[in-house]
Design a protein. Structure first.
Length: 323
């Protein structure tokens, strides 16, 4: 289905929980957020009905997000249900990776195609500082488990922050190359904890220049699931790999945005960066056809893009919205 700007909307990012076992500095307050009761978030049956409605509108790509999706009980069962929906051709997940060692094989067997894993440092102490308590080794084990389970391509998402992890740019590239995974650097977005710039961003042009001091870069096409990232082949002697850069602010990709988001409470956000959201009626007895009509109406309300370049911040934490 097309929105009012002629963009084909075929991608749904669905949050299954707002809870997380990390407290990353740019994503969630140190004290966490107010917990939503289990009764107030979408049930798996409601999610399945929603996915069927979305597929009928031409959505063929679904990403499960959070919070941390692997903190919700029975996620492999949900993955299996979604993977069997006619029309869904690509099913992925964004995770912090801490529990992937436990779940990767089951997720792959249930029908998950691939994963994106947040990794902002390969220094154990700094990693714990950024995540406010996370353990690096559990994430590194999760990355290895994802590769072994065939959840490929494994992509790592890194937010570089000035004065915090900007000295780790090439260490992160070296790790990604050594593991044969794809590393993407992402601009810090002004929302939630980062809205008042409590965590300073580092311009990605500076990050790319830092990479170029040690690596040869050549622009290439992206791997499976390629979205708005610009991808490059990095080479240093016999070492080679792929990295990407995602510029939601400085080189925004709103003209080609193909996605909508649904929060764990069942609210649709047509644009990550805008505060407008619309509550879905998913009460017992609501039909797939009714949900289809509701989604169609929301898609027609999708704005052209954000106003971050005008220094307008977005309300709400990333963990609540679903990334």
């Amino acid at each position: 289905m097309q929105d009012n700007f002629g963009r084909e909307i075929n991608y749904l990012r669905l949050s299954v929980t707002d809870r997380c076992n990390f407290r990353c500095q740019y994503c969630m307050p140190e004290e966490g957020i107010e917990k939503v009761s289990h009764e107030d978030i979408l049930s798996y049956e409601e999610i399945l009905k929603l996915i069927k409605a979305a597929a009928n509108l031409g959505i063929d790509k679904v990403r499960l997000t959070g919070g941390e999706p692997l903190t919700r009980k029975g996620i492999p069962d949900l993955v299996e249900m979604i993977s069997e929906v006619k029309g869904i051709e690509d099913l992925s997940m964004t995770t912090n990776g801490a529990r992937l060692g436990e779940f990767a094989e089951d997720l792959a067997e249930s029908g998950l195609d691939r994963v994106n894993i947040s990794l902002d440092s390969v220094d154990p102490e700094l990693f714990t500082k950024i995540t406010r308590g996370g353990e690096l080794n559990s994430v590194l084990s999760g990355i290895e488990a994802a590769e072994n389970a065939g959840l490929n391509p494994v992509k790592l998402n890194t937010v570089i922050m000035k004065g915090l992890n900007d000295s780790e740019v090439n260490s992160l590239v070296e790790y990604a190359v050594s593991q044969d995974v794809v590393l993407r650097f992402i601009e810090l977005m002004p929302m939630g904890e980062a809205a008042d710039m409590a965590v300073d961003p580092t311009p990605l042009d500076e990050v790319r220049q830092e990479v170029e001091r040690e690596w040869e870069l050549k622009k290439v096409s992206g791997p499976r699931g390629n979205g708005p990232a610009e991808y490059y082949r990095v080479k240093r002697g016999s070492e080679a790999g792929r990295i990407g850069f995602i510029f939601p602010i400085s080189h925004n990709f709103c003209d080609n945005c193909n996605r909508i988001r649904v929060t764990s409470r069942g609210n649709v956000r047509p644009c990550l960066a805008r505060d407008e959201q619309y509550e879905l009626n998913v009460e017992k007895g609501t039909t797939v056809a009714s949900l289809q009509d509701q989604l169609r109406e929301v898609i027609t309300k999708k704005p052209h893009g954000h106003r971050w370049e005008e220094e307008q911040a977005t309300a709400g934490e990333m963990s609540e919205i679903g990334g």
